[in-house]
Design a protein around this ligand. Structure first.
Ligand code: AMP
Length: 482
């Protein structure tokens, strides 16, 4: 196997991570999924639920992995030692185990359909290569059950080689004598990608023996996989017990800088926009942000629980009847904290949950029976935009409506465009993962934002004030003497 000996050209500190214009497909109706879950568990009063709307919410909940069971935890300032603190003296000739996140979408022919995560890992790898390290990359891809060729990391190699400007070697396994032999043959400044670490069930179990085997391949550790930092797995947490130093990569560092740093000490006024399907999945985020923001704008499916809690008619909109008291208490908390909490004043309603539904705009207080709210209306867009105009920091998590249907994407897209405009005026704009990222990409304004999080679940946990095991395990930042 041939390796290029010369390091790739360096651009060391990343300022932004660009994203491709990936378009999300409209989800196929999943009525059968909904029917398998009791409607009450989806948050509906049984009789009112439109089966397609219920199916849509069921598909979201499966992706959340039970996120609605929120447990509050204290916020910790996660000041961690960074790969940028390591010099050529620390790195030259050293074997560095880098946990990256190459869990990218692939089509049926194994072509990468969105390379954002690969590009986001490049600055750390280039820095290590440029300082003469031997870079050992580890990642998972998909959810394999044992060795599954479909989930091999081989399709990543050509794109990664192209981005780095050097030929990346590929190991057929992630531990064992063959891998050791390959690593021993690596020249300084070269890169090898290990096979999918989740081909071993020990990875997700954080098995110490497996972690030890992974760690034995290297001298030191860099975690740059923000998307899995909320999981204590062997390659994200276990290995840190055997490798010193264990530091944060540039991507992980940037996520922490924005999602912890900018949110804890924001330029004010600080506004948060929270949307998405259900209030239950965002309780933690809303509760935590109410401690920090000056303005909170709420949109998406969760608003109808707030309206109902205030005694307003909601037709057949998504409502979580068991969260009415919670909605009331969040409104009270906002008032007590002096946070200006804005709910949409008008909504776009539909006669069914479908892309081609009949629709009209009505005041939020006048949703007729049999109609459901699927987007925020034009007055709300105007009010929200005015509130955002007055802000210096904005964080956004969750779409304003069912943006997967063009007809109900207007509110979400208007917010995306507004944030892009504000970014151009020096406002710090943070897109906190998940569907809001898909929305800014759809509108083609991702490049304009200050920060786009690469991890949906991890960013939500950070915003909730939780500690991420993959971050906690890293070495503390070394204080610089004044
Ligand atoms: P989340 O994963 O909680 O951020 O929710 C994102 C989902 O919320 C998207 O798939 C949207 O389609 C959905 N959503 C937004 N607004 C509504 C609404 N008014 N009714 C039902 N679902 C909605």
């Amino acid at each position: 196997m041939a390796f290029a000996a010369s390091p790739a050209s360096l651009s060391i500190l990343p300022s932004t991570y660009s994203c491709s214009n990936r378009r999300r497909a409209v989800p196929a109706p999943l009525a059968s999924v909904a029917l398998r879950l009791p409607l009450q568990r989806l948050g509906f009063a049984t009789a009112a639920a439109d089966p397609l709307l219920a199916a849509h919410i069921a598909s979201k909940m499966r992706g959340m992995g039970g996120r609605s069971r929120w447990v509050p935890r204290g916020v910790t300032a996660m000041a961690k030692r960074s790969v940028g603190d390591l010099t050529v003296a620390d790195l030259k000739g050293k074997r560095v185990f880098v946990r990256a996140d190459f869990n990218v979408p692939l089509d049926d022919n194994q072509n990468i359909t969105d390379d954002t995560r690969i590009r986001a890992a490049v600055p750390t790898i280039k820095y290590l290569v440029g300082n003469g390290a031997k870079v050992i990359l580890s990642s998972h891809l998909g959810r394999p059950k044992g060795v599954t060729p479909k989930y091999s990391l081989s399709p990543i190699v050509p794109r990664l080689s192209e981005l780095l400007g050097i030929k990346v070697a590929k190991a057929d396994d992630c531990i064992g004598p063959e891998v050791e032999k390959l690593i021993a043959s690596l020249p300084e400044g070269s890169v090898v990608l290990l096979e999918n670490v989740r081909f071993y069930k020990e990875e997700e179990k954080n098995d110490p023996e497996f972690a030890k085997k992974l760690a034995s391949l290297a001298d030191l550790y860099v975690n740059d996989a923000f998307g899995t930092a909320h999981r204590a797995h062997a390659s994200t947490e276990g290995v840190t017990k055997f490798l010193k130093p264990s530091v944060a990569g540039f991507l992980l560092q940037k996520e922490l800088d924005y999602l912890v740093g900018a949110v804890s000490t924001p330029k004010r006024p600080f506004a948060a926009i929270v949307g998405g399907s259900k209030v239950s999945s965002k309780i933690g985020v809303i509760d935590s942000l109410l401690e920090k923001v000056d303005t909170l704008l709420l949109g998406g499916g969760m608003i109808f629980t707030f309206y109902k809690a205030q005694g307003l008619p909601v037709g057949s909109s998504l409502v979580e009847n068991d969260k009415l008291d919670l909605a009331t208490s969040l409104l009270k908390k906002a008032k007590a904290k002096g946070v200006s909490l804005l709910l949409p004043t008008d909504v776009v309603i539909a006669d069914k949950f479908a892309a081609d539904a009949n629709s009209k705009v009505v005041p939020s207080s006048a949703i007729p029976d049999g109609w459901m709210g699927l987007d925020i209306g034009p007055d709300s867009i105007k009010t929200f935009s005015d509130a955002l105009d007055a802000s210096k920091t904005v964080i956004w998590n969750g779409p304003m409506g069912v943006f997967e249907f063009e007809k109900f994407a207007v509110g979400t897209e208007a917010i995306a465009k507004k944030l892009a405009e504000l970014s151009g005026k020096g406002v710090t704009t943070i897109i906190g993962g998940g569907d809001s990222v898909a929305a800014v990409e759809k509108v083609g304004v991702a490049e304009k934002m200050s920060h786009i999080s690469t991890g949906g679940g991890a960013s939500l946990e950070l915003l909730e004030g939780k500690e991420l095991p993959g971050v906690i395990a890293l070495d503390e930042a070394i204080p610089v003497a004044a």
